[in-house]
Design a protein around this ligand. Structure first.
Ligand code: H79
Length: 589
């Protein structure tokens, strides 16, 4: 441990400028390309293919309710010859593309992503690259992707495609099918050259402008991922690319990150993100799964996602005849009814700077804060602590003429709620505030002698340090290269004493040896980054004992000690655990 100069530390504190979590910090140069994504928030995912015909059952074998029905070929190792034969039977005579586009619109969704090819290798469009497609392989003979692209354009829905670029259980050289093809004999480069890349080219040239292309399952090397990215940029520079284009274990690529399937971050990130979610427990249609989410649940998920700065990509799994299961239509229509009344509190909003409330969430836009009450709190008032701005007026979004009573004292705004006007899902209260909504940092508190857990989400980041998704469903701080790139936490100490500090991070061999500083109040620890193995191989390191000298506020900061061209580490957490001496809390010297 080396002690640094105290006055330097004081100066540093003064110059700190912590930005509120804002995705544009990562992609500032790309803000224009991302504008629609940032605004639209809510999209429709469509999982549809030959698996829809099996609907979860193959020769009497059934998938479990809640299992993914689009995986059935792999689940029962269906021989490719049998699956191919089965696929000849796909004939969605009741398909009406306009109905799909109108359903998305009625739900308040603004973009639609359809599976142009899922892992089973079957193209839902007229591909010239492989005859294994809806036009050449089935009696239906219509190009579903084409019809959907046209209907979406007419209805004002941004059209997008899903393409599984690595997995392919039909092609001898694609990934995943080990029951028909010997993995040792696969030539994956041939697959990329002869099927995957050419099909992506078709999708980018034959179906008009695409909002985004949704890759899945990652790919082996960053160089392979770059080929797909370059192809998209060459043919449609405006088309966004999701983060699953690249190797899941390397630095994440793409314009935005998808959470794990059905994933939800605990707080806001410093990058654009989306979460793909199912309406029941499966993506592809399963006749065994009737566990539909309620409209209220979907509305609350949407609000929660948007309150953390993300997008919600919600799935439907049409049946083989082309109809959308009636319960999913019913849920989406009710969500849409809520969106028609309350869409102002969703579209074009940003993450809530004030945090999460026991009664709900919030979003912000301009000089307005939208409080989303999921239930009516006992006492009939909403308490909002940490909002810096003066509240000029409060009213239900549904009844702007009827002002609600507001009092603001000691940093807490209290809004009196009317007895009437409650909505299933979320009731929106608008706060008109003076200036752009800003939050007072809320300190982390501790229960009696409990440790502090400082992580990559409950901090504030500054400079180039960014809160990012890591593909394992976890989060870390990355992209910090210089001392101004910092993570900070404000603690409220109730149990002064000696605490053991443990840091947890991942560092590649190339990052080893970099110095970093952990500032705990006025104590400075200077440490050296140790390699942990791989990109996402997080390990814990003991940093020794620090003093939390007195009750009250204390700031903790982590930052690189000097500037360097490369990332410092993937920081996951810093824990401060009370040191017990003979069974008691350690004394402060
Ligand atoms: O397209 C949907 C999924 O099919 C796809 N991503 C979403 C959008 C997906 N690809 N991989 N995964 C999801 C994760 C793989 C999970 C698995 Fe399994 C666990 C595959 C085998 C075991 C789930 C459970 C599928 C079969 C059993």
């Amino acid at each position: 441990m080396s002690q640094l100069n105290r006055s330097r530390f004081a100066a540093l504190l003064l110059t700190l400028a912590f930005a509120a979590t804002h995705p544009a910090r990562l992609a500032a140069a790309d803000d224009d390309r991302m504008a629609w994504f940032r605004h639209d928030k809510f999209g429709m995912f469509v999982h549809w293919g030959p698996y829809s015909l099996l609907a979860g059952e193959w020769q009497g074998n059934r998938i479990h309710p809640g299992d993914e029905a689009e995986w059935i070929m792999q689940r029962f190792n269906i021989p490719v010859a049998d699956y191919r034969e089965m696929a000849h039977g796909l004939n969605p005579v009741r398909f009406d593309a306009t109905q799909f586009a109108r359903l998305a619109k009625a739900a308040g969704m603004k973009y639609l992503v359809v599976t142009a090819k899922h892992h089973d290798g079957f193209a839902m469009y007229h591909s010239k690259v492989s005859r294994y497609n809806i036009v050449d392989w089935t009696p239906f003979k219509r190009d579903i992707v084409k019809e959907l692209s046209e209907a979406c354009r007419k209805e004002g829905i941004r059209f997008c495609v899903y393409y599984s670029h690595r997995e392919d259980w039909e092609d001898p050289n694609g990934y995943g099918n080990h029951w028909d093809y010997d993995p040792a004999k696969k030539d994956f480069e041939k697959y990329l050259r002869e099927k995957s890349m050419p099909q992506v080219r078709e999708l980018l040239t034959e179906y008009g402008p695409l909002g985004l292309i949704w890759f899945d399952r990652g790919i082996d090397t960053t160089e392979q991922a770059r080929r797909f990215i370059d192809l998209v940029h060459e043919l449609q520079p405006q088309c966004l690319i999701n983060g699953r284009v690249g190797n899941y274990g390397h630095e994440l690529l793409g314009d935005y990150q998808d959470m794990n399937d059905n994933g939800m971050p605990t707080g806001g990130l410093d990058e654009y993100w989306e979460t793909p979610q199912t309406l029941n427990g499966t993506w592809g249609y399963s006749k065994f799964d009737q566990e539909w989410k309620t409209p209220a649940n979907v509305i609350q998920r949407l609000v929660e996602i948007v309150s953390k700065g993300g997008n919600y990509l919600l799935n439907i799994g049409p049946m083989a005849d082309g109809t959308v299961p009636a319960p999913s239509v019913a849920v989406l229509e009710q969500v849409g009814a809520w969106m028609r009344r309350n869409g102002e509190s969703i579209y074009g909003t940003s993450a809530c700077p004030v945090g999460q409330f026991p009664w709900g969430r919030c979003t912000v836009k301009g000089e307005r804060v939208y409080l989303h009450a999921f239930q009516r709190p006992a006492g009939g008032v909403l308490r909002v602590s940490g909002l810096r701005n003066e509240v000029k007026a409060a009213y239900l979004l549904q009844a702007p003429g009827r002002k609600l009573e507001v009092s603001q004292q000691n940093g807490v705004a209290v809004i009196g709620l009317p007895a009437q006007g409650w909505e299933e899902g979320s009731t929106v209260v608008v706060l008109e505030v003076a200036g752009k909504p800003e939050a007072e940092p809320v300190p982390l508190t501790q229960g009696s002698d409990s440790p502090f857990q400082l992580d990559s989400i409950n901090c504030r980041t500054a400079g180039g340090a960014l809160k990012r998704f890591n593909r394992d469903g976890k989060f870390h701080i990355g992209r910090w290269t210089k001392p101004e790139d910092q993570a900070a936490w404000d603690l409220l100490v109730s149990q002064p004493g000696r605490y053991r500090a443990r840091i947890r991070y991942a560092a590649r061999q190339e990052w080893a040896g970099r110095k970093y500083v952990v500032q705990v109040g006025d104590q400075l620890l200077e440490k050296t980054v140790e390699p942990t193995g791989d990109w996402y191989a997080y390990k814990s390191f003991d940093l020794g004992v620090v003093n939390l000298p007195r009750k009250g506020p204390l700031r903790v900061i982590i930052r690189p000690a000097q500037a360097a061209g490369q990332n410092l580490m993937y920081f996951e957490s810093l824990s401060l655990e009370p040191e017990t001496v003979a069974g008691r809390l350690g004394r402060v010297d």
